[in-house]
Design a protein around this ligand. Structure first.
Ligand SMILES: [Fe+2]
Ligand SMILES: [Fe+2]
Length: 396
């Protein structure tokens, strides 16, 4: 076999080994370490390092190395490497001013016009000097390594940016929800008898929507609607809201304005969720058209409105009001059941019962209704009542 043929075979097998490593599914650092071992083996060098240029810090970081004292690699100056030109490996012997870390061969790594880092080899195990063919092979290898590192850096950069955006969005979301909760507390504080009402309606509505299989985005929308459904009460006098004697027809008409006022307020906000203002507007509508403010019926009521209506009424029934005592959970469930088809939607009731029953049985990791119910409630009685309603509504 001629020396040229031997050389060609040697070059091809070195490239094949390298290609296998570069395209492997190994994690980046594992891959780059394996690449260095292939290269040091191919070039019979007992020392080698692959350095990555950190543009923001203007310094070279060691991605992987073998045989070099780490402090020597820390002293490598990026400007010196950049001055060597693109991906042209050079023998240090030809550049006495570049005696970096005892290196014998230096291959600056570039992708297009971007400096990526460097490959350094040293400690040749044979006495013969590196040939021009070996330098040419190293040139091809340097190009491959530069592309691999650059792709990884781009990917990491993108991942960092995505992570940064995600954190920013999450922070904004928390601030938004904090503001919303403070706002809801202001609404509920106006009426001494409805403390935390908005919070509970938001939770109950979200629980029903989740059980219905809504997307997280839409669940968040109805949660916000729950918080804001009574925001119009801010425009109604404290005296009227806190009145303990029965309302006159005029006073009742005044109170009923709150859902339209809630709509006026929320329609001025550009929510990222659809139908928030519609849900707050119509949370006192009924399927039979006897609700307010628009006496809507059946198809005019969205699922969101039907959920909010039921959640709102259930909470109103199970909490103390100036004009009546609070009901226990079983009585409230019985009331909801009595008003199916006229006021409340059958299917929403079925889903509400199902989710509450699952919460009682411990089937849901984060219950949203149960923690707000009267602690004195007999959960086994409630559960068997829920099972009965579920069986009945599932048949219809
Ligand atoms: Fe209301
Ligand atoms: Fe309400």
């Amino acid at each position: 076999m001629s020396a040229e043929l031997k050389k060609a075979l040697y070059n091809i097998s070195a490239l094949a080994d390298l290609g296998q490593e570069i395209t492997s599914v190994n994690a980046f650092h594992q891959k780059i370490q394996a690449v260095l071992y292939v290269i040091t083996g191919t070039f019979l060098a007992n020392k080698g390092a692959i350095l990555f240029y950190d543009k923001s810090e203007n310094r070279l970081n060691t991605l992987t190395q073998k045989g070099f004292p780490p402090a020597d690699l820390d002293r490598v100056n990026p400007e010196t490497l950049m001055s060597l030109g693109k991906n042209r490996p050079c023998l240090i012997g030809d550049h006495p001013g570049l005696a970096i870390a005892g290196a014998e061969i230096l291959a600056p790594l570039w992708v297009r016009d971007e400096f990526i880092g460097a490959l350094i080899l040293s400690g040749k195990l044979t006495a013969s000097p590196y040939s021009p063919e070996e330098l040419e092979l190293l040139n091809v290898i340097a190009n491959q390594i530069a592309i691999t590192i650059s792709n990884h850096a781009l990917f990491m950069d993108l991942s960092d940016k995505l992570e940064e955006n995600r954190k920013l969005y999450e922070e904004m979301r928390l601030i938004y929800h904090g503001t919303l909760q403070a706002f809801a507390a202001a609404i509920d504080a106006k009426d001494a008898h409805t403390k935390n009402h908005s919070h509970r309606v938001a939770k109950y509505s979200a629980a029903i929507a989740r059980e219905l299989g809504w997307s997280e985005h839409d669940i968040e929308g109805i949660y916000v609607a729950g918080y804001l459904h009574d925001v119009g009460k801010l425009a109604i006098s404290n005296e009227l809201l806190n009145k303990v004697t029965p309302f006159t027809p005029e006073e009742l008409a005044e109170i009923k304005k709150h859902s339209t006022l809630s709509h006026s307020i929320t329609s001025k906000i550009k929510f990222p969720w659809k139908n928030v203002e519609d849900m707050v507007w119509h949370h006192h509508e009924r399927l039979d058209g006897h609700g307010y403010p628009d006496a809507l019926t059946q198809d005019a009521l969205s699922d969101g409105v039907r959920i909010l209506t039921l959640a709102d009424s259930f909470d109103a029934m199970t909490t103390q009001r100036p004009y009546r005592k609070k009901m226990d959970v079983q009585t409230a469930l019985g009331e909801l059941r009595k008003c199916l088809n006229s006021q409340f939607d059958n299917h929403i009731m079925l889903v509400f019962c199902r989710v509450l029953d699952k919460e009682i049985k411990g089937d849901l990791p984060a219950p949203e209704i149960l923690p707000h119910l009267d602690r004195a409630s007999d959960l086994s009685v409630i559960s068997s009542m829920l099972e009965g309603i579920i069986a009945e509504l599932s048949r219809s």
